[in-house]
Design a protein around this ligand. Structure first.
Ligand code: FAD
Length: 298
């Protein structure tokens, strides 16, 4: 297994490819994760991440599947961790477990409010914001590399993009090493975000996070949840291909391919793909990327 950290890999000038999995909850979902992680291993991603479920619900399964991805496929794995529902001592136990198991990088997040709650309520002995979690990890477990989330179209709860970027800077100032962004379908948001971050003296790598737009309903749902723009051109292309799986497949793969090509040609350090534990579209995208000599060298 490569021993470089993620930022060392980026600093070496290589564009990183990373994939995001989530811990499965049913037998069928377990099989899907097993199959997709096996199929995608041939892309040799620089790292993969595994999410942390709402309300701390996947504390054990995030660890289990992070271990499995590492052991079975030799992936470099970045487990996610959120503040939701955890006291500092629980967080400390979880981080210690990852350290003992040999993980080197964590994605530190606040997490979303639980259930139908509109606002986030911290654990009485926990953290309110991700910058506190980053600070905690860096002071107690200084050897961990830490990624944090960033929002090209502003975090939905933030009053303005300017205040959101100042809050993002708090995470970097206490030691976060790189940023992975929320998904976006219009690259202009990423470019503006990077510009604002650089003006705010945030100089770490900012890895764009993308999701292949496989179905209109799903894309609408995610864009709605994240308050991300759904470009009219993408919406109408997906709508007009309704009921035609091959056309939908081609639109989805081409859209993300064009986004990636543009991003890498304009300075993005790598690409993180939210693959939702599915390999089919990612493999088709990888083939196109490989033919064009981007990211994937099969
Ligand atoms: P924070 O950085 O704490 O920001 C939350 C809000 O508070 C923002 O509006 C910010 O402007 C504001 N804020 C931050 N710090 C301060 C401060 N010191 N003072 C005042 N205001 C402040 N969720 C999961 O549950 N599990 C996952 O695995 C997961 N993975 C993710 C991966 C990525 C790359 C991204 C971008 C998001 C992910 N999320 C995940 C979603 C994330 O948990 C939510 O977006 C959550 O609402 C915010 O998390 P954060 O870490 O960005 O929070």
């Amino acid at each position: 297994m490569a021993t470089q950290t993620i930022i060392q890999t980026i600093a070496s000038g290589k564009h990183t490819l990373s994939l995001e999995f989530f811990p499965p909850k049913s037998e069928k979902a377990i099989e899907q994760l097993e199959a997709s992680s096996r199929d995608l291993a041939k892309l040799n991603p620089d790292f993969v991440s595994i999410t942390y479920g709402a309300g701390g619900s996947t504390r054990h399964s995030t660890f289990t599947y992070a271990e499995r991805l590492k052991q079975t496929h030799n992936y470099k794995v970045m487990p996610h961790l959120t503040c939701v529902g955890h006291s500092k001592s629980e967080l400390s136990e979880i981080i210690q477990q990852y350290q003992q198991a040999g993980f080197k990088t964590l994605m530190a997040l606040r997490g979303d409010p639980q259930g139908d709650a509109q606002s986030f309520t911290p654990h009485p002995d926990g953290f309110q914001y991700a910058n506190q979690l980053v600070d905690f990890i860096k002071s107690q477990f200084p050897n961990f590399e830490i990624g944090v989330g960033g929002y090209p179209e502003k975090h939905p709860e933030a009053q303005s993009q300017a205040s959101d970027i100042l809050n993002l800077k708090k995470k970097i100032d206490v030691g976060a090493d790189f940023i992975t962004t929320q998904l976006f379908y219009n690259n202009d948001h990423y470019y503006r975000f990077v510009e604002h971050c650089r003006s705010a003296q945030i100089h770490c790598p900012i890895i764009p996070g993308l999701m292949i737009p496989t179905q209109l309903e799903r894309v609408e749902r995610f864009c709605n949840f994240c308050q991300a723009e759904l470009p009219i051109a993408l919406k109408s292309a997906l709508a007009s291909a309704h009921g035609d799986p091959q056309a939908l497949h081609d639109i989805a793969v081409n859209w993300t391919f064009e986004q990636i090509k543009d991003l890498l040609q304009n300075g993005a350090p790598g690409i993180h793909l939210y693959i939702m534990n599915q390999s089919k579209f990612m493999l088709a995208l990888a083939e196109k990327l490989s033919e064009a000599n981007f990211l994937v060298h099969q």
